[in-house]
Write a protein that binds this ligand. Sequence first.
Ligand SMILES: CCCCC/C=C\C/C=C\C=C\CC(=O)SCCNC(=O)CCNC(=O)[C@H](O)C(C)(C)COP(=O)(O)OP(=O)(O)OC[C@H]1O[C@@H](n2cnc3c(N)ncnc32)[C@H](O)[C@@H]1OP(=O)(O)O
Length: 281
Amino acid sequence: MLHTNLSRLLASGGPKRLISTVNKLTTVEVNDKTGIAILTMNRPPVNGLNLELLQDLKSSIDEIEGNKSRGLILTSSSPTIFSAGLDILEMYKPDMDRCRAFWSQLQETWLALYGSSVPTAAAINGHSPAGGCLLATSCEYRVMVPKFTIGLNETQLGMIAPQWFMSAFLSVLPQREAERALNQGRMFTTEEALRVGLIDETANSKEEAIEKCAAFIGTFAKVNPLARSLTKQQFRAADLQQLKNGRKEDLEKFLFTVSQPALQKGLGIYLEGLKKKVKKQ
Ligand SMILES: CCCCC/C=C\C/C=C\C=C\CC(=O)SCCNC(=O)CCNC(=O)[C@H](O)C(C)(C)COP(=O)(O)OP(=O)(O)OC[C@H]1O[C@@H](n2cnc3c(N)ncnc32)[C@H](O)[C@@H]1OP(=O)(O)O
């Protein structure tokens, strides 16, 4: 009951204090009463994860870790897109120095979110392909609004999701389901995602999704915070360590992959397809 009241207060726009507007592409709002932080991505039109958005996400996660928030809810300011995943323009005909910085920042941001000491939840209020799905599956709980899609579609783009994308996916889905979905590059509708367990709940609006995420975070109200966070970290330690140990190799593989002419050709065709779709409407 206490948890429900807390989450209602949060979602009803109860006393909220904007504690950070420092970052250009993210905001952090901490509710004074509940202590839960809402981290909102705001890079129109599709929250494409470029270097700057990834930097802002990392610095917002650090801020939430540092200000003793009781939990983190990740969401988007767009009414239809949670995140379109990695900004393809960072990988298409890239400047290699920037591309290096981009991938290193993606690694850094993932380590911070997946390894966060506070309870994390994603209020998925729009489409969530690829890198968007990575962000959502790196959280501990997912609530999604109907009529959108989520999944790791990398193979559809001729790309291979790195091992740590798979780790986050596998922390949510059974191996058989995860392997098949990744091989197919499958995008799940909200209803399908609920059925396989890729999301935990559905909600009819962003506000309700945030309320349900807050209720999840409220379930830890009476649990010792240090014991909870160390337990979470033990569960995730092997996945985190695997990337920490292999960061350089992972970066080199990425740079090698994006410099392949066949991949560049495929990305060009994919981008063209996205643009043609816009013109048709
Ligand atoms: C073992 C070895 C490992 C080594 C590692 C090597 C490689 C790993 C590499 C990569 C991993 C990649 C993961 C990714 O995240 S790739 C990105 C995948 N994302 C997508 O496929 C999503 C594509 N977008 C969409 O499907 C739709 O845009 C969406 C459903 C999200 C929204 O649809 P809507 O109709 O609302 O909007 P659009 O009109 O389609 O888009 C508006 C505008 O935005 C541009 N855009 C969309 N998505 C992206 C994107 N991801 N990056 C850049 N730009 C994007 C779109 O082109 C439109 O632009 P404009 O025409 O207005 O200029």
